[in-house]
Design a protein around this ligand. Structure first.
Ligand SMILES: [Zn+2]
Ligand SMILES: [Zn+2]
Length: 442
């Protein structure tokens, strides 16, 4: 698909306004030292906010105190703040003359897990999760995202004389359950508030700090869960002719289904079909009456996704038919759709970031097999850019990549420990520059 067809007219106008003068790209990156100075000045406050958020993580859709803290910060900066959008989400807007509306998203939720970093500010928070008391930790770095989000808002407000347009800062709940963005959209995010011309989000990675990675096209994968119940006829193991064995259906399916990946999918396209759970039966001499399989399907391209999902259904039906059984129950639990970055936005912002940070710090990366629900906003037809910021010590990172080196703890590890300074400073600078790259000049 031609990416330009995804860009609304207002956005095209904004790109044209900015791109007509080559000096504009330079003007934006010339602001980098000024931004750096401001970030240094406010860093102690951002660091304190980060450590406070880190010690008080909240689970998906329970980010009540987190949202309240962010709302207070944004009101103090002069933003118009609406809370409770999509349950615990918040929207903060600030108008500053005629220009595009630019959305900056942070996520707010922590994970139901124990932090084992041993840091002085490690989380000891607890919460009820599925009826049990569990520990909660910001082991995906969403606290770094929030601190960078507040920092970028502060910087952009301080630089108000240098841009025109509307800032739309969105803090979404429940990214980890891939449902918070949808909840905000269903609660009228792009109807009650202006639909943005551009959107940005950043995410921490265990890469070296100072590094920024992005991609044109897919950044993350679509992830769908599939549950299949094969229904047979139970019976005695000594009389298989009187029964219909659902374990045989499931086994036939498990081997057949991989031909979707090896033979039906374009080999140049990414696609994974994994069935990680197969449950049936209780004893060796009993043929059970049902077998249940659960799997995950990961893709970047929507056409490949469709192909694999319909193929799974077909392979499951065929496996049941081959045994003379009834059609199986196939249910699809949709997960996140792939985040697809706009070529125009990435090209534009990448040039500014490279000029500001240096070419070697701004890299293209292959898409991740993980998923991320920022895609829900992008899929509303908002040209967007999702990028990763490194949060590890570059020396430790290098050592980890040497033969025999120990891999650094990544997101969702109980040992994941992003280094706040300079990771947050880099997040603030990169996000501020990204937003300035698409805002109108005064
Ligand atoms: Zn995560
Ligand atoms: Zn995350």
């Amino acid at each position: 698909m031609n990416p330009s067809s995804l860009i609304p007219r207002a956005a095209c106008a904004a790109i044209l306004t900015i791109a007509t003068s080559a000096a504009d790209a330079q003007t934006v990156d010339k602001l980098a030292p000024e931004i750096g100075g401001m970030v240094n000045a406010v860093y102690p406050e951002l660091d304190a906010l980060y450590k406070d958020l880190h010690q008080h993580p909240e689970l998906a859709f329970e980010e009540v105190h987190t949202a309240r803290k962010l709302a207070a910060e944004m009101r103090a900066l002069g933003f118009d703040v609406t809370e409770g959008v999509g349950k615990t989400g918040l929207v903060a807007t600030l108008r500053n003359g005629i220009g595009p509306t630019v959305m900056v998203r942070t996520d707010m939720d922590g994970l139901p897990m124990e932090e084992k970093t041993g840091l002085p500010y490690a989380s000891k928070a607890k919460a009820l999760y599925k009826g049990k008391e569990i520990q909660v930790a910001h082991s995906c770095g969403h606290d770094i995202h929030m601190a960078s989000w507040i920092g970028a808002a502060r910087t952009l407000v301080a630089m108000k004389a240098k841009w025109q347009g509307t800032l739309m800062f969105v803090a979404q709940p429940a990214e980890e359950t891939v449902s918070g963005a949808r909840a905000m959209l269903d609660d009228g995010l792009f109807k009650r508030f202006p639909k943005p011309a551009f959107a940005f989000a950043l995410h921490t990675s265990p890469g070296p700090y100072g590094g920024i990675s992005t991609n044109v096209g897919a950044m993350t994968a679509s992830s769908d869960m599939v549950e299949i119940t094969f229904k047979g006829r139970g019976g005695h193991g000594s009389a298989p002719d009187k029964a219909i064995d659902p374990i045989v259906m499931g086994s036939r399916f498990i081997t057949d289904v991989q031909t979707l990946v090896s033979l039906e999918k374009d080999p140049r396209e990414f696609g994974i079909v994994t069935f990680g759970s197969f449950q049936a039966g209780t004893a060796g001499n009993i043929i059970p009456d049902a077998a249940m399989l659960q799997g995950t399907i990961r893709t970047y391209n929507p056409a490949v996704r469709e192909k694999l999902l319909s193929g799974v259904q077909r392979a499951a039906n065929a496996a049941a038919m081959a045994s003379g059984g009834v059609p199986p129950e196939v249910s699809l639990i949709e997960g996140g759709i792939a985040v697809v970055n706009s070529e125009q936005v990435v090209t534009r912002v990448e040039a500014v970031l490279s000029a500001s940070f240096g070419n070697k710090y701004v890299r293209r990366m292959p898409p991740l097999a993980a998923s991320e629900d920022f895609s829900a906003f992008v899929n509303e037809g908002v040209p967007s850019m999702f990028f990763m910021i490194g949060t590890s010590d570059p020396k430790q990172f290098e050592a980890s990549r040497k033969p025999g080196g120990k891999p650094l703890p990544a997101n969702h590890s109980p040992f994941f420990a992003p280094i706040p300074e300079p990771s947050i400073k880099n997040g603030v600078s990169a996000m501020s520059l990204a937003v300035l790259s698409v805002l109108a000049a005064p």
